[in-house]
Design a protein around this ligand. Structure first.
Ligand SMILES: NCCCCCc1nc2ccccc2[nH]1
Length: 292
């Protein structure tokens, strides 16, 4: 069967290209915000790409979805209300639903096409939308957070695409200020924070903004995701200052998720050792990026 190798070039990773063998294109569309592509790859299962950037593959999405959800949620005692910004594929919702303390999950995704495409081609991720605690809002998270009640959320997870396109505003100071305001004291933010090999300037900018905006702690963690160029993706975990009883402890998880409630799908990447290890950083990053 004829299959072709597709090369992913992008200004987000100049001078290099990443390729996947495409068995079959399953969906190609253009929403109000971005190009949406789904294809069957020979090596990683089905792939979702937005504006030509791989967002997830069936084989390695567990690394990203599990880490971005459990790094914050296992850092605070019994999270109850959680907000997801982005995350329209449903994978983060699937992971949050493992936490029995969670009572309410708001999700604000700007692009309905991502949700519809995920429900059609990625049922293993879209299952996250079936949790009765989930309340979906389709719209711009900048507006959503501007109108969010002060101190409403225990945790906010920003599962965005890259800050070139619809997610541009999600790395700017005004947005982080609305996030800090919507978090309760001792609440925690976790957002996607690019590649330590490729984006140290962007990471430095984000950390500088977060240090001014979040009076608790600011930590950088990372995970290996083979289908992300440079093979790694970072996470910024920030906490607002809160009473000592709620001390956020990102480095040593408060709750062990492994033994937790029955869930139809086992954890494939996250565990308490991976949680702590995620905050260990290479020397070049500690030198290049202040306060890590
Ligand atoms: N919404 C899921 C996360 C999307 C991240 C996509 C991504 N992964 C990258 C790796 C290196 C350079 C740019 C990247 N952009």
């Amino acid at each position: 069967k004829a299959s072709k190798k597709v090369y992913f070039n992008n200004p987000m990773w100049p001078g290099e290209a990443h390729s996947l063998v495409v068995e079959k294109v399953l969906y190609k569309g253009k929403s109000e915000f971005q190009e949406v592509l789904v294809f069957e790859s020979s090596a990683y299962g089905k792939v979702l790409a937005l504006d030509g950037i791989v967002q997830l593959t069936e084989k390695d999405e567990c690394a990203y979805q599990e880490m971005i959800a459990h790094l914050p949620l296992c850092s605070i005692p019994s999270p109850k209300t959680v907000l997801v910004v982005g995350g329209g594929d449903g994978g983060v919702l699937r992971e949050i639903s493992r936490h029995s303390s969670v009572e309410k999950i708001d999700i604000c995704e700007i692009d309905k096409m991502v949700i519809d495409v995920s429900k059609k081609f990625f049922p293993e991720l879209a299952v996250g939308f079936e949790d009765p605690r989930v309340h979906l809002c389709i719209g711009d998270a900048v507006d959503f957070l501007r109108h969010a009640p002060k101190g409403k959320y225990d945790a906010i997870i920003v599962d965005s695409s890259d800050p070139v396109g619809p997610a541009q505003e999600l790395v700017e100071k005004p947005f982080f200020e609305t996030v800090a305001r919507a978090l309760r004291p001792g609440g925690v933010l976790c957002n996607m924070a690019e590649s330590m090999w490729l984006h140290t300037h962007l990471i430095q900018d984000m950390i500088s903004i977060c240090r001014q905006t979040f009076k608790g702690s600011v930590h950088y963690a990372w995970a290996n995701v083979p289908t992300y160029p440079s093979g790694v993706i970072g996470f910024l975990i920030c906490s607002t200052e809160g009473p000592p009883v709620d001390f956020v402890n990102p480095i040593n998880p408060i709750e062990k998720l492994e033994g937790a409630v029955k869930h139809k799908r086992e954890l494939r990447f996250y565990n308490s050792e991976m949680h702590s290890a995620a905050f260990a950083l290479p020397s070049f990053l500690k030198r290049e990026v202040i306060l890590l």
